[in-house]
Design a protein around this ligand. Structure first.
Ligand SMILES: Nc1nc2c(ncn2[C@@H]2O[C@H](COP(=O)(O)OP(=O)(O)O)[C@@H](O)[C@H]2O)c(=O)[nH]1
Ligand SMILES: [Mg+2]
Length: 406
């Protein structure tokens, strides 16, 4: 399952964002667990499902479909504790390693209203610069990886020089705790012109640059510019976007999203994450305070930013930063079913550029090995193994022998 980690200093709204993200976005029975451990839960990406285009009623297995929208589960981990100086803390390293290892990317939560100081204490809005917090966390992560790399650096360098080990392999294995691939290591060595350089001659700056580039590639981040309901955040969101780009910075209000999801769950309003509005179901059932709170959310969040931004945080991470696309594998390209007759059972998130055969491997090693061709169910054409998949492709894989297909 896809997986993201939440980081950020204290009091910026990590726990609130975690709660909002991991509340079920739509009604489902039976209710699956949405919180696995106190700090691990399930959130959902939201994409337009292909069911309406094909005019079918689907029975999703690995995801949920409601009103033509597909909700794809993503594991979310609240990594509270990545604080300034964390890289020096003994024991913390391994816990982080374990928890960050599987993460596809990192959601960096900041208080965009500037009402939390460097130590995480409340302060007047606008008095703390959230850009500093982004830098602090980045530095912390870099120092921490640097520490991992530099252990026995001299010994490492010697073993490469004696021809026992290769530079890229040594570096990748040193960082395997973070699940950083050999491919990423090679790309960065190339990019920084460090490929032919002996490890023993790397300067401190070389190492720092290497770590920085590698981490950006291996674990891309988005900035959840939280507390955007507070007016002082407008200016800071602008500054954050200037520094990091529109595809990295997402203004959001975790508190507003949590309130809306709770109200929707209790049937007080109609609201789906990502929506720009909500509808009050029955005015009489709401107290004056509740009505007032909803009005504030409308005025300070929805009317200003277009949505609470919480759904966007996840969607931007996967579809912009990680450049993934949804594809729908099926066993039968005519009925669009799996072998048990479920219509459009699964949606897979795959990196843009994934080929038909690579998809087969993701479904099942055996299916990849026995791949003959694929069928594009939309156009009813055969695809060869190197055919690059497109967004929302519905694909059936034809294998040489019967494999254990789902
Ligand atoms: N105004 C506003 N306050 C928020 C928002 N999200 C969280 N908070 C408040 O910020 C404080 C810290 O939130 P919490 O989730 O515990 O932060 P954490 O320490 O990062 O986990 C709490 O008082 C929250 O109610 C938001 O979107 N807007
Ligand atoms: Mg917390």
């Amino acid at each position: 399952m896809p997986e993201v980690a939440l980081v950020g200093k204290t009091n910026v709204g990590k726990s609130t964002l975690f709660s909002a993200l991991t509340m079920l976005p739509v009604k489902i029975e039976p209710r699956p667990f949405t919180t696995i451990k106190p700090n691990v839960g399930i959130a959902y990406l939201k994409v337009k499902c292909v069911c309406r285009e094909f005019s079918v009623k689907d029975n999703p297995r690995n995801s949920i479909c409601r009103d033509g929208m597909r909700y794809i589960p993503v594991k979310v981990i609240d990594l509270a504790g990545l604080i300034p100086g964390a890289h020096e803390g003994k024991g913390l390293g391994n816990k982080f390693l374990d928890e960050m290892r599987e993460a596809d990317g990192i959601i960096h939560v900041v208080d965009a209203s500037g009402s939390t100081d460097a130590e995480g204490r409340p302060c007047p809005p606008g008095s703390h610069d959230p850009l500093l917090d982004v830098q602090v966390i980045e530095r912390e992560v870099h120092l921490w990886i640097l520490g991992m790399l530099k252990q026995d650096w001299a010994k490492l360098a010697r073993s490469v020089e004696h021809g026992k080990l290769k530079t890229d392999e040594v570096l990748a294995s040193r960082l395997s705790g973070l699940k950083i691939s050999l491919k990423h290591v090679r790309e960065v060595l190339e990019e920084l012109d460090l490929k032919e350089r002996r490890l023993g001659t790397w300067s401190e700056d070389d190492l720092t640059a290497f770590v920085k580039h590698l981490f950006e590639r291996a674990k891309p981040f988005v900035i959840a510019a939280n507390k955007c309901d507070i007016p002082e955040s407008v200016e800071n969101v602008k500054r954050l976007k200037e520094a990091y780009g529109d595809d990295v910075v997402i203004p959001c209000s975790a508190e507003a999203e949590l309130a809306l999801r709770r109200a929707a769950e209790r049937g007080l309003i109609e609201y789906t994450p990502g929506d720009s509005t909500f509808k009050i179901v029955n005015r009489e059932k709401l107290t004056r305070e509740q009505l007032r709170a909803l009005e504030v959310i409308k005025q300070r969040v929805l009317d200003v930013w277009g949505s609470t931004g919480v759904q966007e945080v996840l969607n931007v991470m996967y579809f912009k930063r990680l450049n993934m696309i949804p594809v729908y594998p099926v066993a039968d390209p005519d009925s669009l079913t799996d072998t048990e007759g479920n219509v459009l059972p699964d949606v897979y998130l795959v990196p843009r550029g994934t080929t038909a055969r690579e998809l087969a491997y993701m479904i099942h090693t055996e299916l990849g090995e026995s791949f003959v061709y694929a069928v594009d169910a939309r156009r009813k054409v055969r695809l060869g193994e190197d055919s690059v998949l497109k967004e929302n492709d519905v694909i059936s894989i034809v294998a040489a022998k019967r494999s254990k297909r789902k």
